[in-house]
Ligand binder design. Structure first.
Ligand SMILES: Cc1cc2nc3c(=O)[nH]c(=O)nc-3n(C[C@H](O)[C@H](O)[C@H](O)COP(=O)(O)OP(=O)(O)OC[C@H]3O[C@@H](n4cnc5c(N)ncnc54)[C@H](O)[C@@H]3O)c2cc1C
Length: 468
């Protein structure tokens, strides 16, 4: 970066320890949990809206790309500095976590770790429902930027359903607020919802006001085992049309079951084609009633076995199976391509069978698990990115997964975002007018295209390339 800009940066960030430029720092800030690597020129750890505003004004003056970043657990390449420039690390700014139990809101700074919000709310009998699998590491601003979901979102909705106000620094360095502290608010355009899910391309979130809800008094977990993968999809649809709304329905396919057993034996049946983990929450009497109905549905959907947890410890033990899938599946090969194509609920069984066909056709190591209840399965391809021939086949399989989801009326991403990993496929889901409307919004907020450039929008002729 220019020396003049360097001088000005030091006036914005007074603590030189928060400006990182050593090679090892730059390299470590070049990765997220997805596939790519892009090295930034500089990393700045911001700790106030004024600092963020100063950096964005400077970046506009010198046309320097700025990429906001939380804990870099993104699976879509969101925090990767594709055009170099500055990585704006917000993960260290985690000093504010206020629970107002009367207004039933939490006010948080951007770097607060997601699980800490629910933990703090629970002390007041309240709950912050969004619970991404990464909630012990991911930041709230990362969740807001990706509009993250999680198992509990089946019943309670995703991140956007819980944010009622934001403080944001625009790409041109203005500090603005959106929404407020009221649960109802229809004053003006809903800029809060525009920022949520914008993947750090429209503004930098510097504070969020989140809605909390009463914590349900009880919960029960059950595990349902299937001989046939497609039957598990059928059961999900039957449960959801039965009048019962579980808080979670998570699915593991046979490859996930076998991987977990090989990693840490839990006594799961490795010959079963699928497992569903279901959690019911609410009043104990209602749960008891729903449990019986679910048993009936399981029996009618071809389930081999139903195990109901009798205590919290039992429930934790059953959930351990699902929690171990991610670490277990990467033991055989080093690369994991995590997709989150999502289909309407009624199409879950068909999506399951399309995935089984794709696995057979391309002979890939495809592991399917995830939030089956909301149609947001996670097909994961386990591969080795050093093997170019294998990666060419993986590219084709990924395309087939996207096509299957779109054929069934679904979408490219249910929660991980588009980032760099799926931008090539945006024209498969949207027409030119729709993409143009989105680009016009981006240009209105960020005329110099300095904030998180090269994300979401496809470059003409762009393809998914995993084999280079
Ligand atoms: C094992 C594992 C499990 C996961 N499970 C789930 C899951 O169940 N559900 C789910 O939805 N996701 C899941 N994810 C994906 C990931 O954790 C989420 O996308 C998460 O929200 C990212 O948060 P982060 O703090 O790591 O953000 P980062 O990865 O650092 O950034 C994500 C995006 O947010 C932007 N951003 C970060 N901070 C700001 C800010 N202050 N202002 C504006 N933009 C900002 C970045 O530019 C980027 O585009 C999982 C990931 C892993 C590795």
């Amino acid at each position: 970066m220019q020396t003049e800009a360097d001088q000005q940066l030091k006036q914005i960030i007074h603590d030189p320890g928060r400006i990182l430029f050593r090679e090892e720092d730059l390299v470590s800030y070049g990765y997220d949990a997805s596939f790519g690597f892009y090295k930034p020129d500089l990393v700045v750890q911001a700790a106030s809206a004024e600092e963020v505003a100063g950096i964005l004004k400077l970046a506009n003056r010198y046309k320097i790309p700025v990429t906001p970043r939380g804990q870099a657990s993104s699976l879509s390449g969101g925090p990767l500095p594709v055009k170099g420039g500055i990585v704006l690390d917000l993960s260290q700014w985690n000093d504010k976590l206020i629970i107002d139990s009367e207004d039933m809101v939490a006010v948080v700074s951007p770097g607060v770790v997601t699980a800490q919000i629910d933990k703090a709310a629970s002390k007041y009998g309240l709950m912050y429902p969004p619970d991404p699998g990464s909630s012990q590491v991911s930041t709230i601003a990362g969740n807001l930027a990706e509009n993250s979901g999680g198992p509990r979102c089946l019943k309670y909705g995703v991140t956007k359903d819980y944010v009622i106000g934001l403080k944001v620094v625009t790409p041109q360095g203005e500090i603005i607020h959106t929404g407020g502290r009221t649960v109802k608010n229809v004053t003006g355009y809903d800029l809060t919802k525009l920022i949520v899910g914008s993947e750090g391309t429209l503004g930098v979130i510097t504070e969020a006001t989140l809605r909390l809800i009463p914590r349900p008094p009880a919960s029960r977990t059950l595990m349902v085992i299937f001989d046939h993968f497609v039957d598990s999809g059928t059961m999900v649809t039957r449960v959801l049309t039965s009048g019962i709304l579980p808080s979670k329905i998570e699915m593991m396919d046979q490859a996930s079951i076998q991987a977990v057993e090989a990693y840490q034996p839990l006594g799961l049946p490795t010959d079963a084609e699928a497992i569903l983990l279901i959690e019911l929450d609410g009043h104990p009497a209602a749960i008891a009633d729903e449990l019986e109905k679910i048993r009936e549905i399981a029996a009618n959907s071809g389930a081999r076995k139903v195990t109901v947890a009798e205590s919290d410890d039992d429930a934790r033990e059953l959930w351990k199976a699902r929690k171990l899938v991610s670490p277990a599946i990467v033991r055989n090969k080093p690369t994991k391509i995590s997709e989150d194509a999502t289909v309407p609920r009624s199409k879950i069984p068909e999506f399951c069978s399309r995935l089984a066909q794709i696995k057979k056709k391309y002979q890939i190591d495809l592991v399917v698990f995830g939030h089956a209840g909301d149609g947001n399965l996670h097909p994961n391809i386990i591969c080795d990115k050093r093997n170019k021939e294998e990666m060419k086949v993986v590219e084709k399989a990924v395309e087939a997964i996207f096509q299957a989801a779109l054929d069934l009326g679904g979408t490219l991403s249910g929660e991980h975002g588009i980032g760099t990993m799926k931008s090539a496929y945006m024209p498969w889901e949207f027409g030119p007018q729709e993409l143009d409307m989105m680009k016009r919004i981006k240009t209105a907020w960020d005329p110099n295209n300095i904030l998180n450039p090269s994300k979401i929008f496809p470059v003409p002729g762009q393809k998914l390339v995993l084999s280079e």
